[in-house]
Design a protein around this ligand. Structure first.
Ligand code: FEO
Length: 616
């Protein structure tokens, strides 16, 4: 029986899942299965994008016939000839002899290498950026060599803004009834498999992936349809940003991956002790036994972590067999841009360390620590200092942050309000509209909470008139101030109340978003329109949680931070003339003259309390 899924009104997923495959490409375990994706476009002409592996041939053919509803199949776009996507082409041709095969010259060569049928009479060759109109839709062909084979081509549907991305943005794992990445917790359940897929399948070709990403960046893409894994229709940046890191061999995670090969547990012991010493320093670690964990998972971890440690016993005068395979695998996948440390063991002639160094030393931008731990059979007390020295050398790359308490320190049991200044904040103009009244104020508390849907939280002082307007209307705009914002913007929106004044008086900037609320288009780099879903009473402030209805960028200028404002924008308080004594508001610069400042004093300009004043 057919099993199809609607992607859009005229695009159908006709692929299938395979949970019986023992090893993908004969080498990568896929315990959660894999999907072979194929998509059928039902335009004035019908277009099939790729086929599937022979293992799911029958379901696939049923799917196509069901989705076609008796129509003929006009085009087959072949983007990648690896047999998990092309195996059913000969049978498809037998069933649809009038079909035209749309492909590149290189694809044609590969099809002829793998299969024997009359393709020349059916082929329509396309080149870079050539287009094919199928009725409402226009397809643009984009060459993506070595992502993952040399013939790979991607297709951009400029009408629907869909990128058919071939192997790029794929993922191991069957789809389990879902089709879109936003139907699952992708970050939690699938990102590791997306990285394992990327690093093992195309990891070697970072430069070519970067080039394909460059081409994709020029397109207005709203959906990505890969050949394996989930379709992306929201928050595309979640996967694209990972590809930007992986293709440059940039680590995702600061921390240390330790992989060890140990026959009788002594090398493992050294690896474990090192992991403990690193953790003592507040450094994140992940430890793998290379004889137990499949190499593809450790290759993936090596693409994730910033520092790599390899600990191996010596075996037949070489590197232990599973470690040797891993090290060669990493070198073959072009691992680079990492700090590496090595622990070796050997009962009569330790040699594994030098041999690992020899292989990894040929990789680009691999910095191998001079610190060496060389064990003869088992680690001795006298060598604990070698492990400690290695942990120290690695730890030098991880400056202790203010938040990390060393194991020999006691955390002070206090609530020091100054610690709050360690938090980083931006500064924003918050605007609202009630009837014909526009108003705005300066806030520093805006944060994104969720991605699907995009929600933000804003904290607003109840003393602000804008607060009451938002409470009433449920609508607001946040204009993100850039470092170019002059002090007068903060004076305009921050130091007096909209109840008494029109904060937009005389302003030539009359920009409004779809919700009718004004925003500030000058000195800002982005605007976010929110619709309140929840208001949480927090005493002096209300925390509004809102869904983002509109968001757009205005400039590439950096956002201003609280610290930048104090260091560069807020005028420095002038020394009082004569012998005047007083207190200056750290927020707005207001000066209160006198010997004392009452505890309940509130700045008449910015409404901040006595805690924000300092003695002049
Ligand atoms: Fe799923 Fe490169 O093929």
């Amino acid at each position: 029986m057919h099993c199809i899924k609607k992607v859009t009104d005229d695009l159908i997923w006709v692929g299938a899942n395979d949970r019986r495959l023992a090893l993908f490409e004969g080498v990568y375990s896929v315990p959660a299965g894999v999907s072979y994706n194929s998509y059928l476009l039902l335009d004035e002409k019908t277009v099939l994008f790729d086929t599937v592996d022979k293992a799911v041939r029958q379901r696939f053919l049923e799917n196509i016939e069901t989705a076609l509803k008796g129509r003929k199949l006009d085009y087959l776009v072949v983007q990648h000839v690896e047999p998990d996507h092309s195996a059913v082409i000969p049978e498809l041709i037998r069933q649809h002899p009038d079909i035209k095969i749309v492909c590149s010259e290189k694809v044609l060569t590969f099809i002829k290498q793998f299969y024997e049928f009359d393709i020349d009479s059916r082929v329509r060759l396309v080149k870079e950026n050539e287009t094919l109109n199928t009725g409402k839709h226009t397809l643009q062909f984009i060459m993506a060599p070595m992502v993952h084979w040399p013939e790979v081509m991607m297709t951009y549907d400029s009408t629907a803004k869909i990128l058919f991305s071939a192997d790029a943005f794929g993922c191991f794992g069957a789809l389990n009834g879902a089709l879109f990445a936003d139907e699952v917790d992708f970050a939690r359940d699938y990102m590791d498999e997306a990285r394992r897929y990327y690093s093992n399948i195309v990891g070697k070709y970072g430069t070519q992936v970067e080039s394909a990403l460059g081409k994709a960046a020029a397109l207005n893409i709203e959906m990505i349809c890969p050949l394996h894994g989930f379709v992306w229709r929201t928050n595309l940046s979640e996967i694209i940003s990972k590809y930007m890191l992986w293709s440059k061999y940039e680590p995702e995670q600061r921390g240390v991956m330790i992989a060890y090969a140990s026959v009788y547990g002594n090398t493992e012991n050294a690896a474990e002790i090192l992991a403990c010493r690193l953790r003592d320093k507040g450094i994140k670690t992940a430890v793998f036994d290379v004889s137990v964990t499949p190499a593809s998972e450790i290759v993936s971890a090596a693409f994730k972590w910033s520092h790599l440690v390899f600990a191996s016993t010596t075996y037949n005068a070489g590197i232990f067999v599973t470690m040797e395979a891993l090290i060669n695998d990493l070198a073959a996948h072009n691992i680079q841009n990492r700090r590496v440390a090595i622990i070796e063991n050997g009962s009569w002639a330790p040699a594994s360390g030098g041999l690992i160094r020899e292989i990894l030393g040929k990789c680009e931008k691999i910095d191998i620590l001079e610190n060496k731990v060389s064990i003869k059979s088992g680690l001795k007390k006298a060598q604990l200092s070698d492990i400690e020295a290695m942990a120290e050398a690695i730890g030098a790359d991880f400056p202790v942050s203010a938040g990390v308490v060393q194991s020999n320190q006691t955390a002070p049991n206090t609530v020091d309000p100054n610690t709050m200044f360690k938090l980083s904040y931006g500064l924003f103009v918050l605007t609202a509209r009630d009837g014909n009244k526009d108003n705005g104020c300066i806030i520093n508390t805006v944060m994104q909470i969720t991605v699907t849907p995009i929600t933000v939280a804003i904290g607003v002082n109840k003393a602000n008139y804008t607060h009451d307007m938002i409470l009433k209307t449920g609508k607001f705009n946040v204009s993100v101030l850039s470092e170019k914002a002059p002090f007068r913007v903060f004076q305009q929106f921050g130091f007096h109340s909209g109840k008494d004044t029109d904060k937009f008086a005389g302003s030539a900037d009359v920009s409004r978003t779809e919700n009718g609320v004004r925003y500030v288009s000058e000195w800002t780099n982005g605007v976010i329109s929110g619709e309140v879903k929840q208001a949480i009473d927090c005493g002096t402030h209300t925390l509004f949680i809102a869904e983002v209805r509109q968001a757009f960028s205005l400039s590439g200028d950096p956002s201003v931070t609280y610290q930048y404002y104090f260091d560069n924008i807020k005028p420095k308080p002038q020394p009082p003339k004569g012998n005047k004594k007083g207190f200056v508001c750290k927020i707005c610069g207001y000066v209160h003259e006198g010997d004392t400042l009452p505890d309940d004093f509130v700045c008449p300009l910015c409404k901040h309390g006595a805690a924000d004043f300092e003695r002049m």
